[in-house]
Design a protein around this ligand. Structure first.
Ligand SMILES: Cc1cc2nc3c(=O)[nH]c(=O)nc-3n(C[C@H](O)[C@H](O)[C@H](O)COP(=O)(O)O)c2cc1C
Length: 173
């Protein structure tokens, strides 16, 4: 199954809410995608799953990554870039088979006013290094606290319009 990666292990993250929105909209279009939240990474991943090591806990995650052909990365802005947890996740995945020649769509999320433009650019570089095909339409959602209502839906119709355009492109990608 294709994967929506919620790119932080922060509990209660807005990225996970956005990931859930994508999952729901994809389902409405007949596409069943699974969310992989970085909350579910093994807590000792730095010691158990880097540099050739592999834990049972991460093996389950790796199996999902190996099967997926398309990924949506929802990427929060942390200190002007993407989270370290996301890089650790990518580094822990088997290289090069996990991501090479697969497809990625990127979504930036931030409290501030730039919607993680820089972090999404930085992560695009990582995707390109891994020889992924990156969907040219990238979505940036600034001021995320004003964007989502209590049901996890976008209150601004312009945001949902662009998000849904990207979702249509992901389906065709
Ligand atoms: C460690 C950390 C660094 C952050 N740095 C930035 C930043 O540079 N710019 C910004 O607009 N928001 C920043 N934020 C706020 C996040 O963008 C905000 O929490 C938003 O909801 C997306 O992250 P979330 O998925 O963790 O909720 C930061 C949050 C954390 C936890």
């Amino acid at each position: 199954m294709n994967l929506i990666i919620s790119g932080t292990n922060r509990l209660g993250s807005n990225s996970l809410k956005v990931a859930n929105y994508y999952k729901g909209e994809l389902l409405l279009k007949g596409e069943a995608w699974e969310i992989l939240s970085l909350e579910d990474l093994p807590h000792d991943i730095l010691y158990t799953d880097l540099y050739g090591k592999r834990s049972d806990a991460f093996s389950t995650i790796q199996a999902k990554v190996s099967v997926a052909q398309k990924f949506i990365f929802v990427i929060p802005e942390y200190n002007g870039s993407y989270p370290g947890a996301l890089k650790i996740f990518v580094d822990a995945c088997s290289y090069p088979t996990s991501f090479t020649h697969k497809k990625a769509a990127l979504v930036g999320v931030s409290t501030g006013k730039y919607g993680n433009i820089r972090g999404v650019d930085h992560f695009t570089g990582v995707c390109n290094y891994m020889r992924m095909h990156v969907l040219p339409l990238k979505i940036h959602i600034p001021h995320i606290k004003d964007e989502l209502n209590s049901e996890g839906l976008f209150v601004n119709p312009i945001t949902s319009k662009f998000v849904n355009e990207q979702i249509d492109e992901i389906v065709r990608f």
